[in-house]
Design a binder for this molecule. Structure first.
Ligand code: NAP
Length: 315
């Protein structure tokens, strides 16, 4: 089968499309024929081995895992022993924890897969796992958002941001979205009640009392969180130094600020699929690349200016 591989750390140019063995199906795993992927900042972090301390788990001098790619949607081709939630022929979506989704086939644990909702396309559902789960878990699991509360979403037009706006609205929140002025109409169209364009108004001078502040961009400092919201969730980061400064200040304060890494699970994937089925959330695809252009797709999203998501098609 065809799969993207990497043997050294580097930019998208170190990826090559090679013929490799189909993955082995072990207990609890699904063998999935990939129909679509999406690309995420996590892909280029892993590809480049950045931030450097992450090489402690990715591999110190060269990548331990030769394959890349997390988000996928496709068809179950075989099920391993002990699999109880899925059967051959099911249309599924999810994220592989160890990489390997940028390939014709991948193996994934049934615990990180969900059934696709009727009517959604493979490309749409491949855009959901990492960004959708992060948005859902940031707002509900860590942000404890309740109906009628107000939320400020800093970085509202990208993958995580555009799902956050729609999920917050679906759960009955009042949403103030921060994005660049070129995305004002886009974030309004997906439900934002109010928009702050960060290139017209300085968010670091903005005053407001929100119940929850979600920072997907990662440029808010600790004082911004305290000034803007009753509680906060850090999702993204701009530099490691900035993130460490926010987290160190949190240790010495009672201000409720969470930082987390999203994890796939059946329950949250089902919630997302239902929100999509009910029309409350719609993945926005800015561009779809063919699988043969995955390095170009990764290069494109590295500028961190994507509107919604970038999808990859294997069809
Ligand atoms: N904690 C976790 O588990 C987790 C999971 C997934 C992702 N992440 C992190 O979350 C971040 C966002 O990921 P993503 O997939 O949503 O990335 P993305 O699709 O590239 O979106 C980035 C967004 O940032 C916005 N942006 C750029 N500069 C900004 C600024 N100064 N103020 C506010 N917004 C700004 C851009 O909007 P404009 O074009 O309008 O400027 C763009 O929409 C990344 O750092 C990623 O590593 C964390």
């Amino acid at each position: 089968m065809k799969a993207y591989t990497k043997h050294i750390y580097g930019g998208p140019e170190v990826l090559s499309l090679e013929e490799v063995e189909k993955p082995t199906l072990n207990e609890g795993l699904l063998l999935i024929k990939i129909k679509a992927n999406s690309v995420n900042p996590a892909d280029w972090h892993i590809l480049r081995g950045r931030p450097l301390f992450a090489r402690l788990s990715f591999g110190l001098f060269k990548p331990k895992d030769k394959k890349l790619g997390a988000d996928f949607a496709g068809i179950v081709e075989e099920v391993g022993q002990g699999v109880s939630k899925f059967k051959v022929g099911d249309q599924v979506y999810g994220e592989t924890l160890k990489g390997g989704a940028f390939a014709e086939y991948t193996c994934a644990a049934e615990s990180v897969c969900g059934l696709m909702p009727e009517g959604a396309t493979y490309s749409e559902m491949a855009c959901v796992p990492i960004a959708g789960l992060t948005a859902l878990q940031a707002l509900l699991t860590h942000g404890k958002l309740k109906k009628g509360e107000s939320v400020l979403i800093n970085g509202s037009s990208g993958g995580v941001g555009h799902f956050s706006v729609q999920i917050a609205k679906a759960y009955g929140a009042h949403v103030t979205a921060v994005c660049s002025s070129r995305n004002i109409e886009f974030v309004k169209s997906i439900g934002a009640d109010k928009v702050i364009a960060y290139d017209q108004e300085n968010i670091h001078d903005y005053n407001g009392e929100f119940d929850l502040v979600l920072d997907t961009n990662g440029n808010l400092n600790f004082a911004d969180f305290k000034r803007l919201g009753k509680r906060g969730v850090v999702v993204g980061f701009t530099t490691m130094g900035h993130m460490m400064s926010v987290l160190i200040k949190k240790v010495f304060s009672k201000y409720p600020l969470s930082q987390f890494t999203a994890e796939a699970n059946n329950e949250d994937l089902t919630i997302l699929a239902n929100l999509i089925k009910e029309g409350k959330v719609k993945p926005h695809i800015e561009t779809t690349y063919s699988y043969s252009k995955i390095p170009e797709a990764i290069e494109y999203i590295e500028s961190m200016r994507t509107r919604g998501k970038v999808a990859i098609s294997w069809e």
